[in-house]
Ligand binder design. Sequence first.
Ligand code: NDP
Length: 287
Amino acid sequence: MNQPVTLIGLGPMGQAMVNSLLDAGHPVTVWNRTASRADAVVARGAARAETPADAVRASDLVLLSLTDYAAMYDILGPVEDLGGKVVVNLSSDSPVVTREAAKWVEQRGARFLTGGVMVPAPMVGTEASYVYCSGPKDVFDAHEKTLGIIGKPHHMGADPGLAQLFYQANLDVFLTSLSAFLHGAALLGSAGVPAKDFAPWAAEVFQLVVHFLPESAEQVDNDDHPGHLSTATMMGATADHIVAASGEAGIDLDLPRAIKAHYDRAIAAGKGGDNWTRLIDGIRNPS
Ligand code: NDP
């Protein structure tokens, strides 16, 4: 028989995970604060637990898909017996909060893994889905196959905060990129250009960024920022022009000003002749 799984938290992500696990033939027990949110997955074959304690009792593997880690305490706090369970928290939060949660769960007799699912709900369970995990490697190894139904699991290290950091670092890039796209669309929109005409050009820029990444990472890691092709001063002037153009268009100035501040710091530190990768210093130590 496939391993029974309990899944607590039935937002879009939790529901998608339950569906993938059911499709793969796992018995799944679910609990959700708002009980009606379980109706669809129960209709597809999941068992409805009446209380969190019942849900935890039903399976040795307990997955949490919640808005944040505070919700975990609300739900598992009143559950008296976590002994022998493996709790995998697939919710977003900060690394410090995650490390404290790992200790809290372990003090209550369970093992703990952190997970960060890196795709939206419709892609859960597809080939494109992947999950950053961290925590004890033996726990990861024991549950890799079952977690693999949700998305390909990658063990990033023993520190329970590390999966969260990978998750947040990637979403840092993702959210910043999305806002950058919208900002560019607003800038062109001020001249009547529809966003659909901008999208293919923005895609070209994203490709260029992808092209730059390996070399840029090497420069950051080696703390070596040769400015023979581009300099912080040259790019900083462009950052200035984006602020000016945004002002002329009457659109948001916060985003371009934040970027310009990175260049200003590098130039003020006397590093204007270095490549733009030198900005890492001021990002690491903004004061
Ligand atoms: P939602 O915020 O829509 O739902 C999360 C669940 O948390 C709901 O079932 C909700 O219960 C429950 N919940 C929240 N607070 C409490 C509480 N105090 N007590 C009990 N239950 C609580 O989240 P998603 O399903 O969209 O996402 C789940 C996690 O996955 C999040 O951490 C999110 O950042 C992450 N994620 C989301 C992605 C997405 O595209 N949506 C993509 C990748 C990761 P109720 O139904 O009663 O409100």
